[in-house]
Design a protein around this ligand. Sequence first.
Ligand code: ADP
Ligand code: ADP
Length: 226
Amino acid sequence: MAKVSLKNVYKRYEGGFVAVSDFNLEIEDKEFIILVGPSGCGKSTTLRMVAGLEDITEGEIYIGDKLVNDVPPKDRDIAMVFQNYALYPHMTVFDNMAFGLKLRKIPKDEIKRRVEEAAKILEISHLLERKPKALSGGQRQRVALGRAIVRNPKVFLMDEPLSNLDAKLRVQMRVEITKLHQRLATTIIYVTHDQTEAMTMGTRIVVMKDGVVQQVDDPTKIYQHP
Ligand code: ADP
Ligand code: ADP
């Protein structure tokens, strides 16, 4: 539900290493954009700058029409999903999904409504009272997605969300995230080094190398083999 723009964005880490160099991109509303490239090329850093988890050394990032350089993560209308789920082990699935809403002082009945709705979409309604350790990998990943969905974010940021799953589950979740994107009509920025994920999920692919954008194009154009 929002476009995201990066203008001349640089990230120089302490010590001087330049992880991202002159990154320019206009991500359209409702796009499913994929960042690919070898390990260490700057994908996570880029995502973390959009999230506000990493300062921008130079340049500008807009979410919608709003310059967010100085906006803290919780006020950015984004939600993140990581590869390592990061669920709270002592909390139930319901409380895991509700946590971010409680922090934001959303009324209790509204929290319940949103959690139940997200659980229904993800088919985990029967798991709401369980603790994470009593879930399978795929179920945990759904809870992590659920925790993002309940926030109704304008933009989803996903950093290799499927890389800890086994091959079969990865195929299944690929389809589910694609469906989720259509159903929620949201903007997704998705980091992966998996070529199949990039080819099958994204509307556009951004190829990075050594902190520099090499190519931005449709999946068919990126992975065209002679
Ligand atoms: P990717 O997600 O593509 O694997 P990253 O964005 O995580 O790449 O990292 C890009 C480069 O920046 C890597 O060389 C990494 O070692 C370096 N880097 C990442 N975080 C830091 C940090 N906090 N301090 C210094 N260098 C970092
Ligand atoms: P990923 O590639 O999946 O993002 P990493 O293991 O590269 O995961 O990074 C995990 C965390 O460590 C990130 O928060 C990243 O910023 C930080 N990090 C990565 N490389 C370095 C580095 N060279 N120096 C300091 N912190 C780093």
